[in-house]
Design a binder for this molecule. Structure first.
Ligand code: AP5
Length: 211
């Protein structure tokens, strides 16, 4: 089964993907995580993508599509796509990529949240660069303040969580990614889920839909 989690920044895509992966046999493919890893390791890809990510702009399609193809390689199991596709060319590339493997995108889960909630979530988000685990100072605090529960590493604030950058990410979502929702609705594979409320409740809505 191939699932896409789609929604504005801070909708909870990464948090819900983490839960799904821990309970079901899925590979979690997050383009945001892949870009952040490349940035941290200062790879050629990181150097190319860094300026886009830091200012909240979309990384060009050719770079992003190449990255996803490389990350999937020969993998043919269940995938949760998180943050990819975000543009029409990316969506077409994914369809072609899956077709070549006699697969398709089975479900698109749209997490719906208001801009106010997005801002509250992103200003309090902390993340662990090594483990990739996501926290929130109020809604999902670590056991020891400022440290990752899993690795003990120092938690960081994402450079693109600055309020002015969040505004530009929200604008990109509305203008560039939003039209994809209509496209998936017409295909009959879109499921809209209320992304506000307790993470566990949202997770249960997703799981009961997938069942
Ligand atoms: P990416 O990392 O994908 O960022 P995003 O889509 O903006 O989403 P976020 O990671 O900010 O939020 P999320 O929905 O995963 O929420 P989370 O679970 O963390 O992309 C970053 C950048 O990379 C892009 O801006 C772009 O530059 C580039 N990029 C990536 N993909 C690309 C593509 N396909 N094409 C081109 N460029 C691309 O939750 C947020 C916070 O809220 C956390 O603190 C969490 O603990 C908390 N939280 C979550 N759920 C709840 C809840 N139910 N209640 C309370 N708090 C909650």
């Amino acid at each position: 089964m191939n699932i896409l989690l789609i929604g504005p920044p801070g909708a909870g895509k990464g948090s819900q993907a983490e839960k799904l992966v821990s309970q079901k046999a899925f590979k979690h493919l997050s383009t945001g995580d892949l870009f952040r890893k490349a940035l941290r390791e200062k790879t050629p890809l990181g150097l190319k993508a860094g300026s886009y990510v830091d200012r909240g702009a979309l990384v060009p399609d050719s770079i992003t599509i190449g990255l996803v193809e490389e990350a999937l390689g020969d993998f043919t199991g269940n995938v949760i796509f998180d943050g990819f596709p975000r543009t029409v060319p990316q969506s077409e590339a994914l369809d072609q990529f899956l077709q070549k493997r006699d697969q398709k995108l089975d479900h698109v889960i749209s997490l719906e949240v208001s801009d106010d909630v997005v801002l509250r979530r992103l200003t309090g988000r902390r993340w662990a660069p090594q483990s990739g685990k996501i926290y929130h100072v109020d809604f999902n605090p670590p056991k020891n303040s400022g440290k990752c529960d899993e690795t003990g590493e120092e938690l960081a604030i994402r450079s693109d969580d600055r309020p002015e950058v969040v505004q530009s990410r929200l604008k990109n979502f509305r203008e560039i990614t939003w039209p994809l929702l209509k496209h998936y609705k017409i295909r009959g594979i879109l499921k809209e889920v209320n992304g506000e409320g307790a993470p566990e409740k949202i997770f249960q809505s997703i799981v009961s839909f997938l069942k």
